[in-house]
Design a protein around this ligand. Sequence first.
Ligand SMILES: [Zn+2]
Length: 428
Amino acid sequence: MIKEQPIKYVLRCRQCGTELADDGLVLFHKGCDPPGLLQTVYTSAWPGQGDDGMGIFQYHEWLPIRRTLPGSSAPVTYRSRGLAEQLRLENLFIAFSGYWPERGALMRTCTFKELEAYAVCARLPERFEDVLVIASAGNTARAFIHVCSTHHIRALIVVPEWSIPMLWRETEHNDCVRIIAVGGNSDYADAVLLADSICRMDGFVAEGGARNVARRDGLGTTVLSCAEEAGCIPDEYFQAVGSGTGAIAAWEASERLSLNKVWPGGPMRLHVAQNLPLAPIYESWTSHSSRIVSMNSLPGCSSEEMYAGVLYNRRPPYGVAGGLYDALLATNGHAYGIANEEAGAASKLFEEAEGIDIDPAAAVAVAGLVKCVARKTVEKDAYIMLNITGGGFKRLRRDVELQTTMPIAVVDRSDFKSVRDHLICKRS
Ligand SMILES: [Zn+2]
């Protein structure tokens, strides 16, 4: 049952500090140049009740929402034994988002993007009649197809064509959700460009990606879950990043826990991993640049050849106020470049040690941790959070049949105008 929630937060611009009221859709402080990321400021000093039955909404006090939706799942954190032993770590905590019923993890989209999709949809204004436009490299699309289909929210999702096989679902998607693919040698940034141009039309509203506070606070629940299980704020945080939204969210959640003295510990150091060779965040951070370096100088490289192609985003929210550069700087963070072979080996290591398959991006995070341990950058008794952002696909396929959600159109990058013809999303 949908449960209405009173609004218990304001938004603060990370660039200038101005506080704004939220209408459920605002993405930046108008008139601020350049606008920083907005950040939620909650009245509650506590994230919420620990009621597993509420899924992600057990953390409702620290989610920018107007309602709770049924059917969500929270991330599951547990103390690692297998991988911890392999890496000789004493306090390794794994935050798992995906399908692993034996551990109580029930995200049937097998990705932590389900957390952001539930939070974003619960933030939407009352009587939202427009079409929510979302750009994705695959995992976010699958999560929004699931949540918007289940809760009858009109959505148009734009993906690069190569990510269509990632759009699987157990049942056919609801007609209120439509997919458009950008064809050719396109990437996530092309999907963002098309989504932006669609949002200039009446009736289409930008979801906003990293700029959407609900996305970040939804993803930040992984840190809340880990701190709850560990009894403290982790010292070290490992995640694979594409846009870096999850890592920014983790930083914000750890700061909020620290500020409100919910748990001891912190500050939490960020360790972010990217898949080489298309690793702009890694390249930018290791070259001490506060702006993202251009990755157009790698002819012949495409995300399809990468172990985790979803991690390639040539325009991540890196240099924006409150973005990933600020997060890494504030936490004295590290970035790692991971080769395909290292990610493949890490995937195998994790599955053998922990007993569950993980998705390619999560394997890049594991490889980052392996690399860091080899370099002795972390203490062996440090409280470490490993964010397994997706997993259990093989496990899910043992239980159910899956089918791929097909796009209503595949458009060429040079022909975005033709998209209008396809944009009649029916209310279901
Ligand atoms: Zn501002």
